[in-house]
Design a protein around this ligand. Structure first.
Ligand code: PDD
Length: 286
């Protein structure tokens, strides 16, 4: 964190060192909260309205009240304004928990605590050209997450353990597989291309419906690239021409190998085209 940058916590902008949450915060005790991560390109929030809409769906899913989007946008603007001109890329993090109350599983009595609302902006380093050109290795792991993965909850322990397992095996990320079907990565969605057709998992309760996934599908459509949203297996993934991840910070990231098996075209033309289109949509080529 840069010296002098503030974070927003419960109605106030405070220096990061003074931003404290209670030991009784429901996020801390129960992972009882939801979040969003939004890419900031050249001081501008990418697809803010889509992220805000998904935050609204996540809040509703866990019975938390809606947030005021225009208020959050104003705060985000203030936080982004603290970035130095050299920080061309950053991420905005928003977290809302069920507030602070003595530990008990059931919801706190109505009116006893406001939700905890936290926001910060931090610089991110763009993914290097070399990484995109070479692609990254991934492993597959059983998808042992709950059945409401579509809710963007802060309860991410299965994702954390899967990512760590990937690192311990010299891989960049882990791909979740449920009953033989590929769902997504630990913090990104997964696409494959075969014979010019783009495939990604359908937006069921078993994946987090990524904003980048949605944007990439739109970009593909604009280029008349056929898209197939039927579930696919690991075996199909291993025969793909191209495989890539999509996510807010991952953008479009080619995969070079899966469980040690090389992907045919690790940095194939579709992934590179879609990454370029994504950057264009984010105003990077303007
Ligand atoms: N993660 N799937 C999972 C499990 C995710 O956590 C994410 C995003 C995505 C991609 O969604 P989007 O395109 O909207 O970023 C898919 C964020 C970036 C994170 O946890 O840091």
């Amino acid at each position: 964190m840069l010296n002098g940058m503030h974070v927003y916590l419960n109605g106030k902008l405070v220096p990061e060192s003074q931003a404290m949450v209670s030991i009784d915060d429901r996020g801390f005790l129960f992972a009882d909260g939801v979040y969003e991560v939004i890419h900031v390109y050249r001081q501008k929030l990418f697809e803010w309205n889509l992220h805000l809409a998904r935050l609204g769906r996540s809040l509703a899913a866990i019975q938390l009240p809606a947030v005021d989007g225009s208020e959050l946008a104003l705060i985000a603007e203030q936080l982004i304004g603290e970035l130095g001109p050299e920080q061309s890329e950053a991420s905005l993090y928003i977290e809302v928990t069920r507030g602070t109350h003595r530990r008990a599983h059931g919801f706190p009595p109505p009116g006893s605590t406001p939700p905890t609302i936290l926001m910060w902006v931090r610089p991110v380093s763009p993914i290097s050209k070399e990484t995109v050109e070479h692609g990254v290795p991934v492993i597959t792991v059983p998808d042992d997450r709950w059945a409401k993965v579509w809710v963007k909850t802060i309860g991410l322990l299965p994702n954390v353990l899967a990512k760590e397992k990937a690192h311990q095996n010299g891989a960049f990320d882990a791909i979740f597989v449920r009953d033989g079907i590929v769902t997504e990565a630990t913090s990104a969605n997964i696409f494959m291309a075969k014979d010019g057709v783009l495939y990604t998992a359908p937006a069921t309760n078993y994946i987090l419906s990524g904003i980048t996934r949605q944007v990439v599908l739109e970009l593909a459509q604009a280029r008349n690239i056929p898209v197939n949203l039927t579930p696919f297996s690991v075996e199909q993934l291993l025969t793909a021409d191209e495989v890539f991840l999509t996510g807010t910070l991952t953008e479009v990231l080619p995969i070079a190998s899966i469980d040690g098996y090389p992907v045919k075209s690790p940095s194939g033309p579709l992934a590179l085209q879609l990454l370029q289109d994504l950057h264009e949509r984010a105003g990077l080529h303007a």
